[in-house]
Write a protein that binds this ligand. Structure first.
Ligand SMILES: Nc1nc2c(c(=O)[nH]1)N[C@H]1C(S)=C(S)[C@@H](COP(=O)(O)O)O[C@H]1N2
Ligand SMILES: [Mo]
Length: 346
């Protein structure tokens, strides 16, 4: 059986959402895993590829693909969402890639702890961040630039931050960052730099375009940003039923979907079938490990004909709950509002 194809959002650069059927699976098949590119996908030759490690380190080095494979390997199941997911559901619609609600997927990622690679180089005490450089580059807001992002040292050197070379048991594909990408579990996808070519220890916080201008929370145009986009907000997505579905009185309906949170595991998902007046706990099917997503399901037997509004509300172990409406911001990030589905019962 072939995996359902992606739903394209933009062609150049290629950006595409995961189809609903693929989101029902515990782990998203690679051909259906959403793709987010700022620039054209670069051609990187695996044999010639090197990861340069430098900056404020004791010993600058260049790792080959085989060098990365030789480090102790770990596999983590990780839900990844684009920070701009749900942007078109904000009013007025913020500028940026016009994502619907399916720029999210979950994969089994295999790789080496970045920390093991950095230990061999020796990060100097004056370093404050690690800067990650992708092989892709192009024009962004009139300037030619590469895709570059930094992480605080504590996050970069956390054992779960990976130099990742496999997705779902296969070598990474070009769209997902082959041969090696960074993986920062729990954070919005923006942090997980694809086609990684360089890691540089820096002694001052990095202020590049994708770090300090974009991917910042900015509640209103006239105020300065309040901070960078980091962990994914708690969220759920209703996958069945769909908007406009026609249901029958007395016939069971499965209200199903996925829930995730970057800051703590999901603890509960409540479902409403009356527009939020009453809520019932759904049955949860947790994924593997703390960074995966969680399936939820609730069987509903409609008793009244007419319009019904179905929704789901996730809560994480830290007590964070999805809001009823998104917190609008200038660049349209982090729309974690309840997804409402309007259905008709006859
Ligand atoms: N080099 C590079 N890395 C990148 C990007 C990019 O454009 N270039 N996009 C980022 C964003 S915004 C997201 S959401 C994720 C998406 O990863 P995926 O395409 O494998 O789903 O990659 C991140 N890493
Ligand atoms: Mo993203």
């Amino acid at each position: 059986m072939s995996a359902p194809a992606l739903d394209p959002v933009t062609r150049d650069p290629f950006n595409a959402e995961t189809p609903t059927e693929a989101l029902l699976a515990p782990v998203t098949p690679v051909p259906s895993f959403f793709v987010r590119n700022h620039f054209p996908v670069p051609a990187v030759d695996r044999a010639a590829w090197r990861l340069r490690i430098g900056g404020a380190v004791r010993e600058a080095r260049a790792l080959s693909y085989e060098d990365v494979l030789a480090l102790p390997a770990r596999t983590l199941e990780v839900a990844m969402e684009c920070a701009g997911n749900g942007r078109t559901r904000m009013t007025p619609r913020p500028e940026g890639t016009p994502w619907g609600e399916r720029a999210v997927s979950c994969g089994r990622f295999r790789g080496a702890s970045l920390r093991d690679a950095m230990d061999a180089s020796g990060v100097l005490p004056e370093a404050v961040e690690l800067l990650f450089v992708g092989a892709d580059a192009g024009l962004a807001h009139g300037q030619h630039m590469a895709y570059e992002r930094s992480l605080p040292l504590a996050t970069a050197l956390h054992p779960d931050t990976l130099l990742c070379y496999e997705l779902n048991g296969e070598p990474l594909t070009p769209e997902h960052g082959a041969p090696v990408r960074l993986l920062v579990p729990g954070w919005y996808g923006v942090a997980s730099v694809k086609w990684l070519t360089e890691v540089r220890a820096v002694t001052k916080p990095f202020q590049g375009f994708f770090q300090a201008e974009h991917y910042m929370w900015r509640p209103q145009p006239e105020v300065p940003p309040t901070g960078p986009v980091r962990e994914m907000l708690v969220k759920s997505l209703v996958l069945t039923p769909s908007d406009g579905d026609l249901l029958q009185v007395g016939e069971p309906v499965r209200v199903r979907g996925k829930a995730w949170s970057g800051a703590a595991p999901v603890r509960g998902v409540e479902v409403t079938t009356d527009g939020g007046r009453t809520w019932t706990q759904a049955r949860l099917t947790p994924g593997d490990g703390p960074y995966s997503w969680c399936g939820f399901e609730h069987e509903w037997r409609p008793t009244e004909p007419g319009e019904h509004v179905v929704g789901a509300r996730a809560r994480d172990a830290g007590g964070r709950v999805q809001p009823e409406a998104p917190a609008w911001n200038v660049l349209g990030y982090g729309n974690n509002a309840i997804t409402w589905r309007r259905v008709r019962v006859a």
